[in-house]
Design a protein around this ligand. Sequence first.
Ligand SMILES: Cc1cc2nc3c(=O)[nH]c(=O)nc-3n(C[C@H](O)[C@H](O)[C@H](O)COP(=O)(O)O)c2cc1C
Length: 213
Amino acid sequence: MPAMPLRSSRKKTVVLGVTGASGALFARRMLQMLEADARVGTIHLVISGSGLKVLREELGLKVSRRADLPGLLAARPVRKTVYLLDSDIGASIASGSYPVDGMVVIPCSTGCLAQIANGIASTLIERAADVCLKESRKLILAVRDAPFSRVHLENMLRAQAAGAVIFPLIPSFYHRPQTIDDLVTQFCCRVLAHLGLEQKQQFRWGRSSGSSE
Ligand SMILES: Cc1cc2nc3c(=O)[nH]c(=O)nc-3n(C[C@H](O)[C@H](O)[C@H](O)COP(=O)(O)O)c2cc1C
């Protein structure tokens, strides 16, 4: 019988959830970087109804055919992205038996956070996230809102206690971004590092990085 390949030797399968919080540029860059990463074999892209509304609002996407959506979001042709409907609760990623290496919800609405934190799995994004928690797989929630209410903060604690990484859409500035693109890219690099996909272009703070001014 042929030996099973080691888990680390196969390409990664990543779920990318996009919900209705502001920050569509982060979803675009995340999809582009996952597509470009040779270590990633499959990306399952799920966009909530409100997520689509925000993509239209912030990126000016004009979607006439659903099948075009991944390419429009990535602003370039996609090769390994499988687009799934948020209502498709019977999709592969809704089951723990389907091997997934990690999931990132970016941007993650406070509504989606609330559902995940409380084990409510009524959409595919919520169910796939719930599966990650129950299977002890990496789940990264790039929550965005401002300011946060006590309810939001408590839900973050609940989700984090259940195993999620709360990665709020708070970019860093110590790498001296010159453009919004720099800022978004560095944020996505940090998220990808948490998925075990360190990026060459990630800025790393070190002795030589600091200013002597
Ligand atoms: C343009 C726009 C921007 C929004 N920005 C946010 C936001 O930053 N954070 C948030 O939690 N909700 C935001 N919302 C509200 C969510 O879209 C709304 O709560 C929605 O029900 C979330 O559903 P979902 O989690 O299924 O995507 C925004 C809505 C719109 C239309």
